[in-house]
Design a protein around this ligand. Structure first.
Ligand SMILES: [Zn+2]
Length: 360
């Protein structure tokens, strides 16, 4: 059945699937041209919705379809075979697959097919058929596996809840409706249908309800790993800074990154039993200032403070706060839980340990 798929439909479905990326809506012009081309040439004019539905399902659920999509994406984006990056990607996928499996063992029926793309922009996406792609640009911009894991966890949330196929169905339904309209009333309806679909920036850009669900699932998955759970808020802080605080344009497909960050910050606060929080780089414990975290070459003060908050939240959640804070090899600990490793510009470890003991 897949052999009968036209190249144009494959391209359109692929382009549609691109729209569910984590951070940005997919590049609209390329998608719009595929869509326009598909409608104007009538490549799928004879297709009914149920036929399209069948085609989508084949891509999503059969090994043959999943392989076809995987290869198509690899051709489209290029593949980075760098052994270090691929080792990181393998590790992250293994850890997160196990973490998802603790909640949702259907992941073992349809394991993610993944690769590192050559693309230089900070992005990742999950396509139909659990094809997972993380850009080289994400590895370049994010210095920790924890933050990459936070991104991949979000994408797995989309994957596990079939957001990709759900989102595309809606848009493809519109496509079919546009074609039927065109048959009945001529070219005008076609043009307006194209405008209606392409005005949204992409064929299947993120639905905000799905985005929130994916963020919340990503959090649950991260809790089942050894990654720093503060990376969830930290990576949103990074995106917020990179966007210059803008909420539209390239970032239109997802809820504002500052709101997503705050959603995670609230979860961290609650996970700590309402003992620890962070505000603009300052870490607060029991309503008292613990420290204002210094910026490093790779992270702002605010981004880095969420890592300290993640450690504190874990410590409080696991009852490690009853231990006396100690310093070992330059790192402040509560029991065996690392809290903070001072960098240049931070207060020294002994000062931090002393303050932690007085306010925790
Ligand atoms: Zn998303």
């Amino acid at each position: 059945m897949l052999k009968k798929l036209s190249k144009k439909v494959t391209a359109a479905v692929t382009a549609a699937a691109l729209g569910t990326s984590l951070i940005f809506s997919a590049p609209a012009p390329a998608e719009a041209s595929v869509l326009t081309d598909m409608i104007l040439t009538g490549a799928s004019a004879a297709m009914t919705y149920s036929q399209l539905n069948k085609e989508l399902k084949a891509f999503d659920e059969t090994e043959e379809g999943r392989d076809a999509l995987y290869r198509q994406f690899q051709e489209q984006t290029g593949v980075n075979y760098d052994p270090t990056l691929n080792a990181r990607m393998d590790r992250i996928m293994t850890n997160l697959t196990r973490a998802v499996g603790e909640i949702d063992d259907s992941i073992y029926d349809k394991p993610y097919k993944y690769y590192v793309s050559s693309a230089e922009d900070l992005n990742a996406f999950c396509s139909l058929g659990h094809v997972m792609v993380v850009n080289t640009g994400a590895f370049n911009a994010l210095s920790t596996d924890d933050e990459i894991a936070a991104i991949v966890g979000h994408e797995m949330g989309h994957g596990q809840k079939d957001h990709v196929i759900k989102g595309n169905k809606k848009q493809l339904n519109k496509l079919v409706a546009a074609q039927l309209g065109a048959t009945a009333v001529g070219g005008g309806a076609l043009v307006s249908a194209i405008a209606a679909v392409t005005a949204q920036g992409s064929i299947a850009h993120g639905n905000r309800k799905y985005e929130t669900e994916a963020d919340n699932l990503g959090w649950e998955y991260m809790l089942n790993t050894d990654y720093n759970i503060g990376a969830t808020a930290a990576v949103m802080q990074k995106l917020y800074e990179l966007s210059g605080g803008q909420s539209g344009g390239m970032f239109a497909s997802h809820p504002d990154t500052d709101k997503r960050r705050d959603n995670y910050a609230k979860k961290l606060y609650e996970y700590s039993g309402k003992h620890a929080s962070a505000n603009d780089g300052t870490v607060i414990i029991n309503n008292q200032i613990f420290t204002t975290v210094a910026a490093t070459n790779s992270m702002s003060s605010a981004e880095r403070s969420y890592f300290v908050l993640g450690n504190l939240a874990k410590a409080y959640h696991n009852g490690k706060n009853s231990a006396t804070a100690t310093v070992y090899n330059g790192t402040v600990y509560l029991d065996d839980q690392p809290i903070m490793t001072p960098a240049a510009g931070d207060e020294d470890a002994y000062t931090l340990a002393e303050r932690l003991n007085s306010i925790k």
